[in-house]
Design a protein around this ligand. Sequence first.
Ligand code: PGA
Length: 261
Amino acid sequence: MNIDNQKPFIAGNWKLHKTIPAAIELVKALDEAIMELADAEIVVIPPFTALSEVGKTLQGSTIKIGAQNIFWEEKGAFTGEVSAPMLKDAGCQYAVIGHSERRQFFGETDETVNKKIKAALTHALTPIVCIGESLEEREKGETIDKVDSQIKAGLDGLGKEEMSEIIIAYEPIWAIGTGLTATPAQAEEVHSFIREKLTEKYGNETATCAIILYGGSVKPDNTYSLLKEQNINGALVGGASLEADSFIQIAKESIKAYKEK
Ligand code: PGA
């Protein structure tokens, strides 16, 4: 299934939050509102421990499930890791790869990101690949170079067919969990650069259909202006995805922005 960006793509990355009962409560509340959100693709990304129960709760729902991480091997002596077949088994359709918190605290590199993308694609999981610059890199004017190098190394060896199954999330590290959001113009500048790079590498059709998300302090009150930008196809939401009301509001704002683009 090739991805396309006809609808806004709104994913809630719960990070290290929610027990199983709390996770079920949240997805039930989201599912109750789903009729109003039909014009968006809605994805929840719970912790591993809740995936399976969330999967059962969402059976028959249009809300999709993603994992926060994935390992590149299928099985073996890799204590603490979770593989693509296991994630499929638990009901996942998406996997976040290379989130900046994983790069920062758990030693992920563009090389591991590349291996994980390949493992996800082999098992028909759609990778949501995170890239973005630190505050220091932005201040030194290195944003574009950083994003460029992450795309180059992260997507190394992947062809057009593969790219048509990959979602990119631009998340400036300085905006994650800080309350500092990139302005729509700052975000759009990087998003349009990413699409340009994808055009160079994979051609117009693949790049035009690509889903490029923005992430970093997305809230109900900044979603509309971000999603109105031409090259922003959705949001990877952290903190504001932990409550049904704010996540639903973000989805509604994104639908409104998309209709008015
Ligand atoms: P935030 O997190 O919305 O809490 O800034 C975004 C993310 O890390 O994906």
